[in-house]
Design a protein around this ligand. Structure first.
Ligand code: SAM
Length: 257
């Protein structure tokens, strides 16, 4: 017979409290300007080594910071979209990553749009087991014909998430926001990549890119402009707050209406 003193106490279920505390810490982190600036110095220095190009998903290059990949995973798992539209496919890692999360959830497709889907990159994507959840559309993301083809992939009543990661200039991102943000459904996310560019000092701007973009001509400026045109989106303070070694702080927008 087990003596009362030997009985193990039943552990308190702390899951909700843990979650609430981490949420609060993420939001608090987002207000720590000094830490953000320290992290940003590191990000700018790491760019000399093409840091965002050093990662792979399922063996395929994914041009992201690991923190952004995790944040996107959290968002997809929490909101379970039927359709994820991504502008900017590159070598395919990000569409494969998001399709993998949808595969684990058990539903959904990724519509990948790129102005230049090279045959070898298409072949890599199409040879992957996740290909059945991926639709590739080649064309400029802001061309009306491309937007029309994307719309055709959305079944009536589907929940839709959008990721914008193509040309990061202000005019292009603002045009993408106007074309694709209206497709995002309530409760889903609109993710605008490379918003960090709007928080870099002039001399910190990455130079090893197709376009060198400085504050004002970048995605965060486009997000700010778009948020003045609509009340349907709000920045998620918990997701954005913890993105200190990442490329998209401020880029995770929740659709509220
Ligand atoms: C930063 S890369 C995308 C990275 C990718 N999402 C990943 O995580 O691996 C940007 C891509 O945008 C594409 N792009 C540039 N301008 C575009 C446009 N006007 N419309 C669609 N795609 C465009 C480029 O061809 C390039 O493949």
């Amino acid at each position: 017979m087990i003596e009362a003193a030997d009985r193990k106490p039943i552990p308190v279920d702390d899951r909700a409290a843990f979650e609430a505390e981490k949420q609060a810490q993420s939001i608090a982190l987002g207000t720590d300007q000094k830490l953000f600036e320290q992290a940003t110095e590191l990000v700018a220095a790491a760019d000399a080594y093409d840091y965002t190009y050093l990662w792979k998903w399922m063996g395929v290059p994914i041009i992201q910071f690991p923190a952004d990949v995790m944040a996107t995973q959290e968002v997809i798992f929490a909101t379970r979209p039927d359709v994820i539209i991504e502008c900017g496919v590159a070598r395919g890692g990000s569409v494969l990553f998001m399709a993998s999360i949808l595969e684990l959830i058990g539903k959904g497709i990724v519509v990948g749009v790129d102005i230049d889907i090279r045959p070898h990159n298409r072949a890599t994507i199409e040879a992957n087991a996740m290909a059945r959840r991926i639709r590739l559309i080649e064309g400029s993301s802001i061309a009306p014909a491309t937007v029309g083809r994307v719309r055709c992939e959305i079944k009536p009543g589907a929940s839709v998430m959008v990721v914008l990661d193509s040309d990061h200039s202000y005019e292009h991102v603002l045009a993408e926001l106007r074309a694709y943000a209206p497709l995002v459904t309530r409760g889903q996310y609109l993710v605008v990549a490379d918003t960090l560019l709007g928080r870099l000092r002039h001399e910190q701007a990455p130079t090893r890119r197709a376009k060198v973009l400085h504050k004002g001509n970048e995605p965060l400026a486009a997000v700010d402009a778009y948020l003045r045109e609509t009340e349907r989106f709000e920045a998620d303070p918990a997701i954005n707050g913890k993105l200190i070694f990442a490329s998209s702080p401020g880029g995770y927008l929740r659709c509220t209406a």
